[in-house]
Design a protein. Structure first.
Length: 128
């Protein structure tokens, strides 16, 4: 009976070691996953903040919208409104950083009308 006790002790030590390694593996995996998700979220926030636009010029029939941030701005994320009513500019693709697009307002920018352009990083408005 003396030979069984050391074998059981070794098996128990091995089981404890395997359990601790498994626990550590799962714990570190979750920690790194959470850190990765937080980093990805911050990166997306930074990119959105760099997608900025401004109203470059405007008239009765059209407005020129310029991308002023450090990132290209997808036109699907830009909203143009006149007194709170959405205007369909008919754009597609993106506005490259530093370049502009013209939006046809069809005579909508009359005196005292508020023209507002909103992008993920900011908004700009003028009174016609």
């Amino acid at each position: 009976m003396k030979g069984i006790t050391p074998v059981i002790a070794v098996i128990l030590l091995l089981l404890i070691t395997v359990a601790m390694v498994g626990f550590a593996f799962v714990w570190f995996g979750r920690v790194t996953e959470q850190a990765q998700n937080a980093t990805e979220q911050e990166l997306q926030n930074t990119i959105r903040q760099a997608q900025r636009v401004s109203i470059d010029s405007y008239g009765v029939n059209q407005a020129t919208i310029r991308a002023i941030g450090g990132q290209n701005v997808p036109v699907s994320s830009i909203s143009v409104t006149l007194n709170g009513t959405a205007v369909n500019c008919g754009w597609s693709g993106t506005i490259a950083s530093g370049s502009f697009q013209t939006c046809n307002l069809a005579g909508g920018c009359t005196p005292s009308t508020v023209l507002k352009v909103t992008a993920p990083g900011n908004s700009d408005e003028v009174t016609c």
